[in-house]
Design a protein around this ligand. Structure first.
Ligand SMILES: Cc1cc2nc3c(=O)[nH]c(=O)nc-3n(C[C@H](O)[C@H](O)[C@H](O)COP(=O)(O)O)c2cc1C
Length: 256
């Protein structure tokens, strides 16, 4: 990806919706009849897939929405307690879970997304989840499963370095790392995709904050990270897919 010149003017312009007046939507891949890119990144055939428990078996206690919103805050200290598989399944569902598959271009999730394009993949840097070998995993929302991506020697040090020395990332039970696959949104919106991708990411992370409140956990949004280190940790190319947002999660001492 070539480095463009970003100025105050171009940055502020990006935040407006002027681009929509410039894009010729008759020429987008969708308008030309091109099939949409897959809603879930295909995994290699010999992958180790771990099925996640279904909602009916979670046993997550009900959480009052008013209380969750009132208590939401950024946490940068975590207890050594691990997360259970059910709790991880709940957090994944809350952030990117599938509500309904209508057709290949319309898969509804627990968060909104401009044009229902859902451009994100969820990677997990697992350190303390019950019965899990530490390492990098990827969520498969259509299958309610996760796939083992790779083992990483000294994962805490890699996470800390990849977030510019923010040590609490290395101390999390599990760190959510969201990548964007811009082509999914470009298929419908072309150059008008980028602001809405950034907007989409906010909903995902806010749902993580609120879901954490229900399980005595906490998180902290992280937008300050080393792009090259994070992308190479996840094994993504940094061009067609790259990290856009990070959120370390762990149990916190103030339980709901
Ligand atoms: C887009 C975004 C990026 C952030 N990046 C970081 C970060 O890199 N490191 C950090 O410690 N906190 C980060 N934060 C957390 C903010 O510092 C925090 O939300 C703010 O101080 C308000 O505190 P509260 O979340 O407890 O209300 C980020 C928050 C947002 C929304």
């Amino acid at each position: 990806m070539n480095k463009p010149t970003i100025t105050t003017e171009s940055g502020r312009y990006f935040l407006t919706d002027r681009i929509r007046e410039e894009v010729d939507f008759r020429t987008t891949p969708q308008s030309r009849g091109v099939r949409p890119p897959p809603i879930q990144k295909p995994v290699p055939p010999d992958s180790v897939i771990i099925e996640l428990p279904g909602q009916e078996s979670w046993g997550i206690p009900p959480c009052d929405l008013h209380t969750a919103i009132a208590n939401r805050e950024s946490h940068r200290q975590f207890t050594p307690e691990p997360l259970s598989l059910e709790e991880l399944a709940f957090l994944l569902w809350a952030t990117q879970g599938v509500r309904e598959e209508i057709h290949e271009a319309a898969v509804l999730r627990t968060v909104p997304s401009a044009g229902c394009r859902h451009p994100f993949e969820t990677y997990l840097a697992v350190q303390r989840v019950q019965n899990f070998v530490p390492g990098i995993y990827q969520y498969l929302p259509l299958d309610n499963a996760i796939v083992f991506v790779r083992d990483v020697e000294n994962l805490p040090a890699h996470l800390t370095a990849a977030t510019h020395g923010q040590r609490f990332t290395g101390q999390a039970a599990v760190t959510f790392l969201w990548t964007a696959i811009p082509e999914r949104t470009e298929w419908r919106y072309a150059e008008a995709s980028y602001k809405v991708i950034a907007l989409d990411a906010g909903h995902v992370c806010q749902n993580l904050y609120l879901a954490c409140e229900a399980i005595g956990a906490g998180t902290c949004a992280i937008a300050a990270y080393n792009q090259t280190l994070v992308d190479s940790l996840l094994g993504v190319d940094g061009d067609e897919e790259f990290c856009v947002y990070i959120a370390p999660v762990g149990k916190v001492s103030r339980h709901p």
